[in-house]
Design a protein around this ligand. Sequence first.
Ligand code: GLU
Length: 478
Amino acid sequence: MPVRVRFAPSPTGHLHVGGARTAIFNWLFARHNGGELIIRVEDTDQARSTIESEAMVLDDLRWLGLEWEEGPDVGGPHAPYRQSERIDTYSDAAQRLLASGAAYRCFCTEEALEAKRKVAEAEGRPPHYDLTCHRLTPQQISARLASWMPFALRFHVPDDGDVTIDDLIRGQVTWRKESLGDFILVRSDGLPTYNFSVVVDDHDMEISDVIRAEEHLTNTHRQVLIYRALGWDVPRFAHVSLILGPDRSKLSKRHGATSVSAYADEGFLPDAMVNYLILLGWSTPDGREIFDAQYAIENFSLDRVNSAPAVFDRQKLEWLNGQYIHAMSAAALRPMVRRYIEADVPDAWLDDAIELVKKSVDRLTQFPDQLHFVWRFDAASPSRSVDRAFLKALETEFDASGVPVDADGYQAMVERLKAATGLKGKSLFMPLRMAVTGVEHGPELVRALPLLENGSRVDPSIVSPRERVRRIADLLPS
Ligand code: GLU
């Protein structure tokens, strides 16, 4: 059987990191096995599902670099790929289950069911359905139908309702029949429940392996019973563990950003994000932590996916993202950095600027901070720490020899300043840095000073080093 897997998002918001990781594992599994990835949109929760959310989720998946063979956007042989458009398919399966006696019509009202649940709870019994409608005679059923009583379709848990699966991540999992009451397949409004539609779709779409979040593990009992009742092959299952926050509770908004797009907005790179999410559960056979998609595809297997929960570690993600940024060429970073830089500077100059600061950056959004000294010069703070004699020497140097535009020119300038001021080491470089950049800490001066001089020649909004010195001098008490 060819490998066919699916990612089945419910379109009720942005793609979450947990969903993204599930999608990535499905994608890796499909690619590793030469199989196919299907995107199926589970939008039968009409109150919460939106088409806008579906578009956002698909955008988020594309941003991560995932590709799929079939889905609502690309179509495919099993279209439609939105559950809301597949109601007829569920009806057919429902009819079969009704005809075979595996399911029955339940006329109980929500209020009646609620009351029964309360009684069961008070008596310390599990809140299982009491089978009232399973016991209806054909005559009673006909009478109810004749009076247009609304009904749901309920699955009857059979006597041989024990289920054992061999989960590809968690190993053998067994459920006893007694743990389950008869459950709803189709609600009285005609919409299928999740457990029903997922089985019909996974069968219809010829899914071989169901890789999904651990929270669906308990649903698997019901789903396997439905497969059996319909006489269908049961797919293999793999339930991926939860992602926890640092306090080991389920990752949620309390812990910070949870949606993929929020991480994109914060300046994380898709490749780093994918790398990090893969590490939340999968460990590489050779222990490496930084790898590209190709490596992950070649080496991926579910038996290296950890069955214990993974803890989302923002610091590690930042570190990893930094590693990606540091390893990228300025030219590759340039289009991304431009989004955060207002000034319209030439590529060559911007590449120099990126090269100068990229090692201090872990996220793209930090580039403006690191380049603050270029566009946001404020003479006030250096005017408090640089003395007039030093400024005078610097002015004289700049006027006589010009401002250096490369490393050689910078070295020559430093030698002349030493001679002129008698200063060396920190007492020379600190005031020099303050006078030129306006701040105490920043990139190496040997590159920052030429960068500023060259920048002022191509962008009028960059204050030249000579002008900086003049502005500081203007603020000094005479
Ligand atoms: N639609 C479900 C969810 O968003 C996924 C169900 C499944 O993978 O079986 O969690």
